[in-house]
Design a protein around this ligand. Structure first.
Ligand SMILES: C[S@@+](CC[C@H](N)C(=O)[O-])C[C@H]1O[C@@H](n2cnc3c(N)ncnc32)[C@H](O)[C@@H]1O
Length: 378
């Protein structure tokens, strides 16, 4: 049977969740990644993309709903690219995400992740302190659509994921089409994305950080504290140890390692972030540039390493260079469980086993997951 995009398939049975937030269905020999579904449901699916190996589709009608299905709180949840899990009860969503971590990690290194995915407050709404909004041709504020550049205008009540102060900021008269909105300790900044300069002060525990308005900072209000606690609990730093914070941003983990008495070295690609890291962690030493290149400039021995790479993961070469320095523990902070699983497999082959794994729901109402893995020499 041949299929085409736009075709609606009726009464399709939905199988397990897949990495990336889609649910797998099989129909007449075709594998379909379905958005907006839930395991065990029978739904109608409109095909949005038909490929040789798999297709993509979206639910148009739910014939037999899952008990975990809820009514999305936001009227644009279906079109907006932000919230692909708004139709799932939060506890069920965390269980599904734990299942994804278990499947990825289990496949790579035959370890189990039994969860649970830890909830971090605020949740499930009002958690996002960083927003990038788009302005459409009619001057309406919105977010980009799912797998599209089309702007989906915000409902009057604004984006529910955002902290209330930036849920629906005013659109300035002159703008480039994109706005950054963020909430720091006691500041709200709304700036044109092409003119976002300056810094804000963030606080984690009693530590303050200067962060660039257009620079990286964890998006969930509770994320910095949750991740710092997980990393510090996993590494248990001791005064006098030498620690590296790779992909260090403005020095979040470096700061707490330095406060614990470690000699800290950091590497970060964004030069502006490195300058702020030097201010935030005066005792640390920071290098600006690609970790893949600069990792060779680290000392021949390290006691502790934190890796917090972007979605692609640290990769085998960076890991090999880190493990060659024989740290007694590595904390790997990962926002993509597939990249993490690939790197855990490479680490296991080189003699570093997974000592513990925690998962955090730092992106409620979406399929995204944050993990902290602690690796130790076997
Ligand atoms: C997930 S963020 C983590 C930042 C920091 N650890 C924090 O939690 O605030 C990843 C960081 O890696 C940086 N980065 C991405 N690719 C890089 C590379 N190849 N070399 C060095 N830094 C890189 C980004 O600029 C970003 O600051």
């Amino acid at each position: 049977m041949s299929f085409r995009a736009g075709q609606v398939l009726t009464d399709v049975e939905i199988g397990p969740v897949a990495h990336g937030g889609h649910f797998i269905a099989r129909h007449d020999g075709m594998v379909i990644f379905v958005r907006g579904a839930l395991t065990g449901e029978r739904v109608d699916v409109r095909l949005t993309e038909v490929n040789r190996r798999f297709s993509r589709g979206v639910v148009t009608a739910v014939r037999t709903p899952s008990p975990d299905r809820i009514e999305p709180a936001c009227p644009i949840a279906d079109e907006c690219g932000g919230c692909d899990f708004q139709h799932i009860a939060p506890a069920a969503s965390r269980a599904l995400k734990a299942q994804v971590v278990n499947e990825q990690v289990g496949h790579a290194i035959s370890a189990r992740f039994d969860g649970p995915l830890e909830e971090v407050t605020p949740a499930p709404f009002g958690w996002r302190t960083r927003m990038r909004y788009h302005v459409d041709a009619d001057g309406r504020l919105g977010l980009s659509g799912h797998r599209s550049h089309q702007v989906v205008p915000l409902p009057p009540e604004g984006c529910r994921l955002a902290v209330p102060q930036i849920a629906h900021p005013e659109v300035p008269e002159v703008h480039s089409g994109q706005l950054l909105a963020l909430v720091a300790v006691d500041e709200v900044v709304v700036a044109d994305a092409e003119d976002a300069i300056g810094t804000v002060t963030e606080r984690v525990g009693d530590r303050e950080f200067q962060v660039g308005v257009d620079g990286f900072w964890q998006a969930h209000r509770g994320a910095p504290q949750a991740l710092v606690s997980a990393v510090m609990d996993g590494l248990v730093p001791v005064t006098g140890e030498v620690a590296a914070d790779l992909y260090c941003g403005v020095g979040l983990f470096a700061a707490f390692l330095a406060d614990a008495g470690c000699r800290v070295l950091g590497i970060e690609g964004e030069r502006a972030a490195v300058e702020l890291a030097r201010e935030n962690v005066p005792g640390g030493q920071f290098l600006a540039g690609d970790v893949g290149v600069l990792v060779d400039r680290l000392p021949a021995h390290l006691d502790l390493v934190v890796l917090d790479p972007p979605r692609a993961g640290a990769g085998i070469d960076v890991l090999a260079a880190v493990m060659a320095r024989q740290p007694r523990a590595i904390a790997y902070v990962a926002c993509d469980p597939a990249a993490l699983a690939r790197d855990l497999k490479a680490a296991a082959a080189a003699g570093y086993h997974l000592d513990s794994l925690r998962g955090f729901d730092l992106f409620p109402m979406t399929h995204h997951i944050e993990c902290v893995a602690i690796l130790k020499p076997s």
